[in-house]
Write a protein that binds this ligand. Structure first.
Ligand code: BGC
Length: 376
């Protein structure tokens, strides 16, 4: 009698099709006002694991395979407190306008909109309380044979941080069995507005706590030009060829090779790299490769594809050792970099950069894919 129960259970287990991708919801602490912060963990059969928080739609953990096994490749905090005290945009979904708007103002259809100057004299990443500092709603969690996903939604009211139009935003994270993490940022508006949503993960492909500098990792950006900036990091409007400069990453290049070239004013303004590379002049139908990063030590590689025309490569220049992140690790310059698919910074004030405009009836969409692999 006793042995029959396990036998029947084993049969039942065999007849249930295996769910390769899993999506699991769990608690991740609470906000000072008492609201609970939930997280969703996506995993696949290759051992990849991604934890995304409903707070800021933040990628808190991203475990990816290498020759040394599976390690966490993004900076962040163990608990919600860190994200509240020193957010640094670690892993965050940023908006309404990722990157800078010069003078914290723009004009649309003859009306000038004043934004918060949270990066004096400019507006950075959506203002004082951008999308990275909101609790998003978990609208859908699903898993299936070849992928697992979660969708977060957020409503940003008309006038939020100075921007016009009520914006309905969604962020869908999908992890596939082919080791791709996709993020689909979508939005609609009820009045003309401007928009630029992206993800602000800080990557170190040797591992977020490895102590291996990103300066020893290798980057490729297939862009012939970049947008130089002034001393407050606002693009001048110029498209400058990368040829013959420290900004030429068209073939795989060690990140640290040219970052200290003191005669390059652009590297001084950015304290290193903090610039937008121009991969195409406008968003594309489908996807294009924007960057590939690799860590020679572990063989871990990550290619970033998107429909966006630009990519901000920020070499983590403002990480100064004042922040203690996951596993008690102090984060310092060189510990990680950001690669942010986007339209070009300050586009609302630069007609030569194209358009950041979103009208009622249109759907904004930034599709980003982080494709992980292991080289020999
Ligand atoms: C910007 C940096 C800024 C950082 C803040 C990046 O996207 O390019 O200038 O300091 O975000 O985390």
């Amino acid at each position: 009698m006793n042995y029959r129960i396990p036998y029947v259970m084993a049969l039942a287990a065999c007849s249930t099709p295996a769910l390769a991708g899993t999506a699991q919801q769990e608690a991740f602490g609470s906000l000072p006002d008492g609201r609970q912060v939930e997280a969703v963990v996506l995993s696949n059969e290759n051992g990849m694991r991604v934890r995304i928080l409903a707070y800021g739609a933040i990628v808190q953990e991203l475990e990816a395979p290498g020759r040394d096994g599976v390690v966490d490749v993004v900076l962040g905090y163990d608990g919600i407190e860190g994200y509240l005290e020193a957010p640094n945009y670690f892993g965050a979904s940023v908006g309404r306008y990722a990157n800078r708007i010069g003078g914290a103002r723009f004009t649309l259809d003859g009306t000038t909109y004043q934004l918060a100057t949270n990066d004096d004299p400019n507006s950075l990443h959506g203002g004082e309380k951008g999308f990275d500092k909101h609790l998003w709603h978990i609208a859908d969690v699903s898993s299936g044979p070849d992928k697992a996903s979660v969708t977060f939604t957020l409503v940003s009211p008309d006038g939020d941080e100075g921007y016009p139009g009520t914006l309905e935003v969604s962020a869908t994270y999908t992890l596939t069995e082919s080791n791709e993490l996709a993020i689909d940022y979508q939005a609609i508006t009820d009045a003309p507005t401007v928009i630029n949503l992206t993800n602000h993960s800080y990557f170190n492909l040797a591992g977020a706590s490895s102590g291996v500098s990103i300066l020893d990792q290798v980057l490729t950006i297939p862009a012939d030009s970049f947008t130089p900036v002034d001393e407050v990091l606002i693009p001048t409007g110029e498209f400058r060829p990368v040829e013959g400069t420290a900004f030429d990453f068209r073939s795989p290049t060690r990140i640290g090779d040219r970052i200290r070239e003191g005669d390059d004013e652009q590297l001084r303004f950015g304290r290193g790299y903090d610039h937008n590379w121009v991969v195409s002049s406008a968003p594309v139908e489908g996807l294009q490769s924007l960057a590939t990063m690799s860590d020679p030590g572990s063989g871990r590689t990550m290619e970033i594809l998107s429909n966006q025309p630009g990519i901000q490569f920020y070499s983590g220049n403002f990480l100064d050792g004042t922040v203690t992140g996951k596993d008690g690790t102090i984060y310092r310059m060189g510990d990680a970099l950001c690669l942010e698919p986007q339209i070009f910074p300050d586009t609302p004030n630069k007609p030569e950069f194209g358009s950041a405009r979103l009208d009622p009836g249109e759907t904004y969409h930034n599709r980003i894919i982080y494709r992980f692999a292991v080289s020999d």
